[in-house]
Design a protein around this ligand. Structure first.
Ligand SMILES: Nc1ncnc2c1ncn2[C@@H]1O[C@H](COP(=O)(O)OP(=O)(O)O)[C@@H](O)[C@H]1O
Ligand SMILES: CC(=O)N[C@@H](CCC(=O)OP(=O)(O)O)C(=O)O
Length: 255
């Protein structure tokens, strides 16, 4: 039987907790009958690098405005430092990772909105080396730095990057973030969310910032993939084990 492919998006804050990524990679080591593709963020690291370089960084609806002069720092933090830190932890857990940008992963970027400068949106380029890597037993670890066909680089939100890759691969999609689930107005976890409920919670200001991008992206992916997409916490590696075993943990987003 063909192996099921899972795209697992890791929020960048996982790098701030010692051995948290290692524990997740250990879970994947125990699941030889599945294929995995890791897509990662690193927003917190980008914040630090830009601040240290003397830049002020602003966000619009959860997306970082990315002027050309800030891009070397953004690319360095995401495609360089964060990607290689995750590779290090994957190697330590016994994997054979390959670090990639979105371009090699079959996704071309283009400018999302002029006002956001070099923030990219995703489009499939049907020219991915992911399946080749999976076929030879490698673990792709993909940053959210993208390129267009002219070779211009873009900063893509990592949730959108993960959804684009899952769509390309028709894969299962899990977002591992720093909260156990999407929370309601009373900070209680929501086990399931659909289009209507999401629209209401965003309009009421209960879902904001990075989580607004995540739920909208999840919904879009769930529609395209015709299956539920999960949002759960990287803080508990056992959540990942449970999700891979088909259990319900965190928030399930359905159309
Ligand atoms: N309704 C909500 N439920 C849970 N988290 C929320 C909600 N609204 C906003 N957030 C914020 O969204 C954050 C997760 O989004 P983000 O920081 O972009 O995560 P990641 O880096 O993992 O992609 C949470 O840490 C929380 O501060
Ligand atoms: C355009 C945009 O907002 N890009 C994000 C990319 C990193 C990211 O998404 O990181 P997390 O998953 O850790 O939040 C940024 O610069 O922060």
């Amino acid at each position: 039987m063909a192996k099921k492919t899972w795209v697992i998006k890791l929020g960048g804050a996982v790098l701030n907790t010692e051995n948290a990524a290692r524990a997740l990679f250990d879970v994947l080591s125990n699941q030889p009958s599945h294929n995995f593709v890791i897509v990662h963020g690193g927003g917190a690291l980008v914040d630090t690098w830009l601040k240290e370089a003397g830049f002020v960084s602003a966000k619009h609806q959860g997306l970082r405005i990315s002027p050309a002069e800030q891009m070397p720092h953004i690319v360095g933090a995401l495609a360089g430092c964060a990607n290689k830190q995750l590779m290090a932890q994957a190697i330590a857990a016994g994997h054979k990772p390959v670090g990639l940008s979105l371009y090699e992963a079959g996704v071309t970027a283009s400018q999302k909105l002029k006002a956001l400068c070099l923030v990219g949106k995703c489009e499939s380029n049907n020219d991915s080396i992911i399946n080749d890597l999976l076929n030879v037993g490698r673990l792709p670890i993909v940053s959210s730095i993208g390129f267009d066909e002219q070779g211009l680089w873009y900063n893509v939100n990592a949730d959108e990057a993960a959804a684009a890759i899952a769509n390309n691969l028709n894969a299962e999609l899990i977002f591992m973030t720093d909260v156990e689930a999407v929370l309601d107005a009373n900070k209680q976890p929501l086990h399931q969310l659909d289009t209507k409920h999401i629209e209401t919670l965003i309009a009421e200001g209960v879902i904001v910032g990075g989580m607004e991008v995540k739920v909208k992206t999840s919904l879009h992916a769930a529609l395209h993939l015709r299956r539920g997409v999960y949002i759960s916490s990287w803080q508990k590696p056992e959540n990942l084990t449970a999700l891979l075993n088909g259990e319900h943990v965190g928030t399930k987003i359905t159309p």
